[in-house]
Design a protein around this ligand. Sequence first.
Ligand code: WT7
Length: 653
Amino acid sequence: MTQAVYPVRAQFAQRARIDRAEYERLYAQSVAQPDTFWGAVAQRLEWMTPPTQVKDTSFALADFRIRWYADGELNASVNCLDRHLAARGDKTALIFEPDDPAQPAQRISYRELHARVCQLANAMRQLGVRKGDRVTIYLPMIPEAAIAMLACARIGAIHMVVFGGFSAHSIADRVADCGSKLIITADQGLRGGKPVALKANVDAALKLPGTNSVETVLVVRHTHAAVDMQMPRDRWYDAVVDSQPTQCEPERMNAEDPLFILYTSGSTGKPKGVLHTTGGYLVYVSYTHEAVFDLREDDVYWCTADVGWITGHSYIVYGPLANGATALMFEGVPNYPDVSRFWQVIDKHAVTIFYTAPTAIRALMREGDEPVQRTSRKSLRLLGTVGEPINPEAWRWYHEVVGDARCPIVDTWWQTETGGILIAPLPGATDLKPGSATRPVFGVLPALVDASGQVLEGEAEGNLVLLDSWPGQMRTVYGDHQRFIDTYFKTYPGTYFTGDGCRRDSDGDYWITGRVDDVINVSGHRIGTAEVESALVSHPKVAEAAVVGFPHDLKGQGIYAYVTLIAGEAPSDELRAELVRHVRAEIGPIATPDHLQWAPGLPKTRSGKIMRRILRKIAEAGSSQLAPDRLGDTSTLADPSVVDALVKERLAK
Ligand code: WT7
């Protein structure tokens, strides 16, 4: 198969920050002399105490440590706000585009954002929040979400954002795990014209065990819907914040002090609290945001992610604001009021850089070219994707129809754990290939290993590991450092294991092939199969459950659940619907199973381990592929007849 290559456009390269020669030179320096390289990059920030130390890391288990800029001191909010006041005080920091296009958009200058962050920071101090305390943020995509994150950073509190699509149970689990004192939420969210009961979810969460640490709930009036206020616990945000002074002394933070915790799913157990620290993270996201998006002073940059995910943290809030950029925050969804909304917003605010997920591109591609072509999009100069592999067909549509074959596409591979982008083209330096994230960014050393850990050279396919640290790397799993080491550094000792499979082609470009562990990537969101399984078995009628991913046209992967009922319970469509509702209530709508198949038994080895390989095959397969010889070796199963029953049931559908 010949591989389509889209060479760097001369017009783009001419004005780009980094061209091919510069990339080669800087990359070579970054890996040969990381201290020199990252020491120089760190000067882009304003330090209260400039670091004299740069890299102090080792992935070797006997000598394990990850520290960057360890003697430096800084405050992230000062870098995102105060630092810009002199030259960019009146520049728009955030453009807020509401769910309903008939409502006015808001433009918030750096000066105003600074004042509002200081007010909330003062209010939080008054409520007793101190450096190191954890604060939960459960907000819609409104400016207060960014304000709350920065206000935490200002006083050294550790924010923990929970995506608005998670349920009361998920909030409670996270609050209990990190012991937060304060929750900042809103009366309701609004998405596609539909309200989201944020405050009611918080109320329900705080009735669940383990949440006693919460002293105060601050409630932003957003839709003005009536909500229960339980005094003195619940306080209106405006009543507490609006009267505060607009100056607030920032906390001095060590570079290695925590900035935030963000929970993400793994292959086992409950979500992990990924902990990021202050100095290295901010250096890394600000530098990669500038380099990968070729940022210019007059750009209007729009990342469509939610602040509930790492993409929102790194590339809506911290990266862009540290760079003094103008970032757009969109409250709504791609198809409301109609499927032209993204492109209308681009025209309305003259967006120049647009960063979204393959799942959104696929959904909009299905609506045809007309909804795109009825808009201008002439302001656009660069496109980006993140979250999952992009299929070449969707890439080409994005390139030709959305970008009018004029805008480079940066396909950015990274993870919650990595803090920022690790593999991506630089638009002025790298030839593009639809479906490939192409090359490592500065300081990143990817490698492919086989199952035994042998490093593969040249053209190869294997498991993706990283051989050395970069400043934006997570530092620990909150409250469980051993889990951090066990999860990422034990599989292939001496390296960080990403959990992804990957191919490197003969040009040295990387192609991520997807997760090789028990994590499902649904619409670019990570769901652990173990979490969905434990939600299912928490239902009184379920004896056992096994969950796998399967290819899904729109979502990338869908969730396929096999359920064994307890003796005496009969399968029915009502029960199936009830179990799906149960999973949504336990985790949230993003974990909704797409298929739920009754399983009289699950295929297990004689030692009792569920053979997911077989379940994946059955879930994936169109009927023709379910011939017994296609399922692979089933001879190690304790009871091979279980598989016949599952296949029969699958074919009956
Ligand atoms: C997993 C991380 C990074 C922020 C959003 C997701 C997959 C991410 C790409 C890409 C192929 C990708 C990987 C990764 N992934 N970006 N450009 N190409 N796969 O963060 O929830 O931590 O998920 O998303 O499988 O491991 P996350």
